[in-house]
Design a protein around this ligand. Structure first.
Ligand code: NAD
Ligand code: DAU
Length: 346
């Protein structure tokens, strides 16, 4: 795939889970691409995720907030980026139910500040990383890109708000933007508050697994490398002004737990470790995004079977125990986990 249009890319939120996988992908796939990573390093941002790129002349880390107008102005004036890819966000539904101020600040105000800077500096291409959660609970059928937005949590409504702001900038200012709505990603470097890394690490530590409600909620599980390929395709060839869903394989949470356990040498059955907790208030029972559009228009296909993605993910958490042990001992993790485990939202 030709990348001649994109020599200088600003990735925002590149120190988090998907962002760091995407920076690795860009760095490996495009030897003539200069990558700038603007990240505020919130609790889920981790410079270690990209420590292997220290010393690379093609990667630069910038510590800062996408909501900092002056910083953006100076960055955009200095660098004249060919493209901006925005991953920066507060990303955890449970945290948004406890307190949503940071979600509105980063996901809505931050995204607005960033698109305003992109508009003022005439950035040729802006890719917003959005989520299938903006469609809300899909009890029947599938959500395509025209399905009405019906978000359930402060997190998903902040992402929907950002999508609407971008759509208005596309219409009013011809902002050259594309929105990518991904489903539940899994893979290396995912912060261990999310279901899959939490379950893997808790089982390895001999701890209980908190399962919300009956555990039959369905998510569309997408291996992070497949999502990075989809974002790459949209960056290079996505039609300006369009929205693309990217989905994975539907599984219930209990099916996910079963698959994780197949890859661990457990001495007892995983079912014995389960503790059923209250469901999230307003919990979405099913997401079912349809990726037909990106498949038809760009020939994107997931390359990873769910089982292979899980095997590789479990292997990564086994090999990188120090990475997640350190995180699980920080106050940011422990304070949140206490609330999450007890499912006390109010
Ligand atoms: P993450 O929490 O692991 O990473 C978020 C990153 O953004 C962190 O490095 C954090 O420091 C940074 N950040 C937060 N606020 C910032 C700000 N104001 N300025 C600069 N940096 C800031 O999240 P993730 O799971 O990697 O998700 C990345 C993006 O993809 C998010 O926009 C999320 O909504 C979206 N998304 C995630 C999934 C998923 O399954 N994880 C699926 C679809 C879409
Ligand atoms: O669908 C895309 C979204 O996927 C992204 O936009 C979000 O950023 C990302 O966090 C993810 O949201 P979910 O809420 O679906 O993911 P999470 O891993 O938090 O939860 C997945 C399911 O597992 C959900 O039904 C809640 C349940 N769950 C989660 C946790 C953390 C549990 O049963 N126990 C848990 O401890």
């Amino acid at each position: 795939m030709s990348n001649q249009l994109f020599k200088k890319v600003l990735v925002c939120g590149g120190a988090g889970f998907i962002g760091s996988n995407f920076v690795h992908h860009l760095h490996g796939a495009y030897p003539d691409c200069q990558i700038y990573n603007l990240d505020m390093l919130t609790y889920s941002g981790n410079k270690k995720n990209l420590s292997d790129l220290d010393g690379s002349g093609r990667y630069e880390f910038i510590h800062g907030d996408i909501g900092d107008k002056n910083l953006l102005s100076s960055l955009f004036n200095t660098h004249r980026f060919d493209a901006v890819v925005n991953f920066a966000a507060e990303s955890h539904v449970d945290r948004s139910l406890h307190s949503s101020y940071h979600f509105i600040q980063s996901n809505v105000v931050g995204t607005h500040t960033l698109i305003e800077a992109a508009r003022q500096h005439a950035v040729p291409r802006f890719i917003q990383i959005s989520t299938d959660e903006v469609y809300g609970d899909i009890r029947d059928g599938e959500s395509d890109e025209n399905t009405p937005l019906n978000p359930s949590s402060p997190y998903s409504s902040s992402k929907a708000a950002a999508d609407l702001l971008i759509k208005s900038y596309i219409k009013s200012y011809k902002l050259p933007a594309v929105i990518v709505r991904g489903s539940n990603n899994f893979g290396p470097y995912q912060y261990p508050e999310k279901l899959i890394p939490l379950v893997i690490s808790n089982l390895l530590e001999g701890k209980k697994i908190p399962v919300h409600g009956n555990g039959l909620h369905t998510r569309s599980w997408l291996y992070v490398q497949d999502f990075c390929h989809a974002i790459d395709a949209v960056l290079c060839r996505g039609k300006l002004g369009e929205i693309y869903n990217v989905s994975g394989v539907p599984k219930t949470n209990l099916e996910v737990l079963e698959e994780i356990s197949k890859n661990l040498n457990l001495t007892t059955s995983w079912q014995e470790s389960v503790v059923h907790t209250n469901d999230r208030p307003g919990a979405d029972l099913r997401y079912a995004p349809n990726s037909g559009k990106i498949m038809r228009e760009m020939g994107w296909r997931p390359l990873w079977r769910f089982e292979d993605g899980m095997k590789s993910t479990v292997q990564w958490y086994l090999t990188n125990r120090e990475w997640w042990t350190q995180i699980k001992n920080t106050p940011a993790f422990l304070e949140h986990y206490e609330k999450q485990y007890k499912a006390q939202y109010f």
